[in-house]
Design a protein around this ligand. Structure first.
Ligand code: NAD
Length: 437
């Protein structure tokens, strides 16, 4: 059992903290957001993440997991301190390291005995070393520490399972003592024979950026193929299937549509481009992946304008706001760009999402109407757009929708349906990369 302090109770901090407690460690999660900690203490989970509530409550009940706003005590009691705070994008695409460096300064002040500080937030190569420098400057004389970089690969929507059964654990470290402590922390995964990549600080940091940039590039690649498929009369779904069966390519991340969003891919791609440019290199491939992705909202708007004649004064309903199903995360969600684009072109917009709507209402200041489910959202709409492929949108009752809507345009931004199925119910069906239409 290791005594762990987890700084940050967002998607990564809360999931990692709860799962490490489930591995048998004693974990104290710290956040500066007092409301969030109060909610956690009441047994409420401040984010939507399937399965998380169960892991949190069983480990709180087992007295292995607790929450506090008092960083000092939590750090003093800990053998290992994980930093899992946000690393948002700056306007120029670079990474805002303010939260990581603030946390490092706070941690430093309270260090006593030897402590391993684990930088888990996604941050550019060199950050862990910077964190170490900040701690060295601010710590009491005599307090010893080692720094580790341990990037996280969990996905929102399946975060608990991803943390418990990862494809690999990456550990960048410079001392055997720290490496051994990391080994103890992840011991249950060693028993599952999870590969552990033991490397340097900078390589660990780059593994995270290279992985996310590769995934983003794969998505943008299939979206470029989708565009060509439309021009030559091919079907991108069949092309992706045929490609994906090649073991060297693999079938994952080959789904054409309105592109990637979320709190990781867009920001990490921008950050990598920014870092490369700071070193005088343009990173043309990753830059193209980013540009292709940004332009997909315009493609969706063009498709709608073509099907509707014009978007101005039309009512458009959006099914799904979250950047992907099973999350309430709206960060960089394509739906936000789409809503803004529609409003800028003079459309009226109605929206519905099974989970992310409250978050949308709170954080995105746009004049839209909110539905209660798919069917009341469709009432009076000229077009309906499927933006997030939540399960409940996968079996829509098209004859019912047709009766409720004023128009008959259905834009499927995730290629969930086929033209035969939807057009057969009297709709003008638009999707991405299927045939010439
Ligand atoms: P988040 O914004 O959901 O949560 C961050 C939390 O840290 C917030 O609750 C905030 O109040 C808290 N915080 C900020 N400064 C603090 C401080 N000094 N002391 C205590 N708490 C503080 O962020 P997230 O989505 O969990 O992401 C965290 C990091 O993990 C980011 O670098 C992100 O890129 C990376 N990451 C995220 C995911 C994901 O799916 N969300 C996956 C892998 C990696």
């Amino acid at each position: 059992m290791t005594r762990i302090c987890m700084i940050g109770t967002g998607y990564v901090g809360l999931v990692s903290g709860a799962c490490l407690a489930d591995f048998g460690h004693a974990v104290t999660c710290v956040d500066i957001d007092a409301g969030r900690i109060a909610a956690l203490e009441r047994g409420e989970i401040p984010i939507y993440e399937p399965g998380l509530k169960e892991v949190v409550s069983s480990n709180v009940a087992g007295e292995r997991l607790s929450f506090t706003t008092h960083l000092g005590n939590a750090v003093q009691d800990a053998e290992m301190v994980f930093i899992a705070v946000g690393t948002p994008s700056q306007e120029d695409g670079g990474t805002d390291l303010r939260y990581v460096l603030d946390a490092a300064r706070d941690v430093a002040k309270h260090l006593r005995d030897y402590t391993v500080v684990v930088q888990k937030s996604t941050a550019p190569a060199g950050t862990a070393r910077r964190v170490a420098a900040v701690i060295a400057e601010n710590k009491p004389a005599g307090a010893e520490f080692d720094i580790v970089s341990n990037p996280e690969f969990l996905r929102e929507g399946s975060a608990v399972g991803d943390f418990m059964r990862p494809d690999r654990v990456v550990v960048g470290a410079e001392s055997d003592r720290a490496r051994n402590m990391m080994k103890q922390v992840y011991r249950p995964l060693y028993l599952l024979e999870t590969p552990i990549v033991s490397t340097t600080l900078e390589s660990a940091e780059m593994i995270k950026y290279a992985s996310n940039s590769f995934l983003a590039t794969k998505i943008s690649f299939i979206n470029e193929m989708a565009r060509i498929c439309e021009l030559v009369g091919a079907n991108v779904d069949e092309v992706a299937k045929g490609m994906g069966l090649d073991g060297r390519i693999g079938k994952k991340f080959l789904h054409a549509g309105i592109g990637y969003g979320g709190s990781c891919l867009p920001k990490d791609v921008s950050s990598l481009i920014h870092v490369a440019r700071e070193h005088g290199f343009d990173a043309p491939l990753v830059t193209a992946a980013h540009t292709i992705n940004q332009e997909l909202t315009d493609r969706a708007l063009e498709k709608l304008a073509r099907a509707l004649g014009a978007v101005k004064d039309k009512t458009v309903g959006l099914l799904g706001l979250a950047f992907k199903p099973n999350t309430d995360d709206l960060r960089e969600a394509p739906a936000i760009r789409l809503v803004r684009g529609l409003l800028a072109r003079g459309a009226r917009v109605r929206v519905f999402d099974p989970v992310a709507m409250e978050n949308f209402r709170r954080t995105i200041d746009v004049p839209v109407e909110y539905g209660k489910q798919a069917y009341d959202t469709a009432v009076g709409c000229d077009a309906l757009v499927l933006v997030t492929e939540w399960n409940e949108f996968r079996e829509l009752d098209f004859p019912r929708l047709r009766k409720l809507m004023r128009g008959n345009v259905f834009l499927d931004c995730r290629n969930v349906y086929t033209r035969e199925r939807v057009a057969g119910q009297g709709f003008v069906y638009e999707s991405f990369g299927r045939g010439r239409k």
